[in-house]
Design a protein around this ligand. Sequence first.
Ligand code: NDP
Length: 428
Amino acid sequence: MTELTRRTLFGSTALLAATAVAAAAPGAGQQEPGALRGSVSDGHVGLPPLHAPSEANGEVPNPIPPGKRLGIAVVGLGTLALEEILPGFGQAAHVRIAALVSGRPEKARTIAAQYGVPEKNLYSYANFDGIRDNPDIDAVYIVLPNAMHAEFTLRAAAAGKHVLCEKPMAATVAEAEQMVEACRQARRTLMIAYRLQHDPAHRTLIGLARSGQYGAIRMIEAVNGQNDLPNGQWRQILAMAGGGSLPDVGLYCTNAFRYITGEEPVEVTGRVTRPPHDPRFREVEDVALFTMRFPSGVIATGSSGYSFHESRQLRVHNERGWLGLDPAFGYDNLALQIDRKAGRASALETRRFTPRNQFAVEMDAFALSLHNKAVPLTPGEEGLQDMRILAAIYQSAAGGSAVTLPSAVTQAKPRGEWPSQLGPYLLT
Ligand code: NDP
């Protein structure tokens, strides 16, 4: 069929032969045709660039074989697990879904069939400790309501498994401290799933804000809020959530203020509202407003809420320009804006980032930190630091005055290493 088509196209065998000779003889600066189809070295496939360096896309992904990836048991099959994390495994290069843990057997079996998880690797919360005897499972990813994070971290560590745990790390500071201690004693790695510290838009913003090209950072402001249903979900129950919008979505602001400045706060203030007659806020706050003061003099001001239309913005004000993300805290479509003065003009630059599942990158970073025997970028101590800061914000909201943070917070150096296999951490 191919031959017939060629004959029809070129009309004669002689013309075909001449064309073949021409194709085999590359001109100056051209690649051998075979070389354009790639090469294999050390188990990695490489392809030569097709575009100028100014338009390069990066390297070929080269995922490691499934048998060599970190086997993760996903604990809790709710919204985040089903909508983001399980699909994220498909874009990850260093992790695989090893097992599922759920209180709903029929849901677990259905999801297991979708993702190819064998029946023997399905667990309930009651028989969870049996993961100890399952060599398929190297680590667990805890995606349960906040008040269940501590129990399952402790049980996973006791079963000899590493732990990746969703934010907020726990419902209380005491639980967070127990989690760090239990994993330390069991010599297991604990990482808190701060996806945005692994996101290229945020890494670019951090790099630019600290680069000095726009002068020093002076002030940061952020809002992260959404409109939740009055459906009695665990987020509206204090004992399950540990708080309202502050630990759930305000946490993204407090964490960003810390990783953008690279400093730890010395003082915080807080205010919270609980609108009467709204069933969502019988136990937890709706809006939280907070400020953080850093040693360099930077002031950050943030707000979160559960009753207004989705709004997720971040702006870093430097001496000679501002850097903004809008949306800033979502899963995709993050857009970075850079504004500076150019003579009489305001030069506004926009950068958009190729969508990539944030959980895939975060899980790969977790696997690589284990491979490198390094402390992950966002270990348990990073989550504990935020828990202590949130507690101080609540304390200020209750007492009305600013709260000075103890040396356990101001002297902490809670972050670990970015795995170099994922490229440079700070982007500009
Ligand atoms: P969901 O309520 O949608 O899911 C939680 C799951 O936990 C349930 O589906 C259930 O799974 C299991 N579960 C076990 N016991 C209970 C219980 N008593 N009540 C309710 N659920 C229970 O929550 P999300 O998926 O939205 O959040 C889970 C965690 O992930 C939270 O810590 C949250 O803060 C965090 N999160 C992080 C995000 C991020 O961007 N990093 C975004 C959203 C959430 P099963 O039926 O299988 O037992």
